[in-house]
Design a protein around this ligand. Structure first.
Ligand code: FEO
Length: 169
């Protein structure tokens, strides 16, 4: 059974990962509506991946004899000023999630829960990838400026932009 503080912070993380999934779903929908079909496809994949992050935590908590809680979620933003603004929000959100994972690790260290700390290392590695991917996309967009033909090519490339995520167990 997990210690109370560890169970509590992991349950909060479940909600954050579930929110991430909803946020990326809302972003994918905006992209699709605006004709950015490649970016939409990337964000739909991201949304599925966040759901997997959430489920991995949920199963871990229950496997350890504690109780994973499915909580209510805030409504994500559904309007964005531009594709660049949207991906800036992705990076901002991933930075927030990285901090949140670090807080989970900190609680595990304080509570001397080294097993959960080891479990969380998968998320620590994942966050490095997620921040790097978002930064790469923003760097590309900054290079392109507002040229519509270039944005079209950017979006076409996003269709195959791969997320090099560590394999989920
Ligand atoms: Fe599950 Fe994008 O952090």
């Amino acid at each position: 059974m997990l210690k109370e503080k560890v169970e509590k912070i992991l349950n909060l993380q479940i909600t954050k990962e579930a929110y991430s999934s909803q946020l990326y779903l809302a972003m994918a929908s905006w992209c699709e509506k605006e004709g950015y079909n490649g970016s939409a496809s990337f964000l739909y994949r991201q949304s599925d991946e966040e759901r997997m992050h959430m489920l991995k935590l949920l199963h871990y908590i229950n496997d350890r004899g504690s109780h994973a809680i499915v909580d209510t979620l805030d409504k994500p933003a559904c309007e964005f000023g531009s594709i660049r603004e949207l991906f800036s929000k992705v990076l901002e959100h991933e930075r927030f999630i990285t901090e949140s994972i670090n807080e989970c690790v900190e609680v595990c260290m304080t509570e001397k829960d080294y097993t959960t700390n080891q479990f969380l290392q998968w998320y620590v590695a994942e966050q490095v990838e997620e921040e790097r991917n978002a930064q790469t996309i923003i760097d590309k967009l900054n290079l392109l400026g507002d040229d519509k033909a270039r944005l079209y090519l950017f979006d076409r490339d996003m269709e195959n932009f791969m997320v090099n995520a560590p394999t989920a167990q």
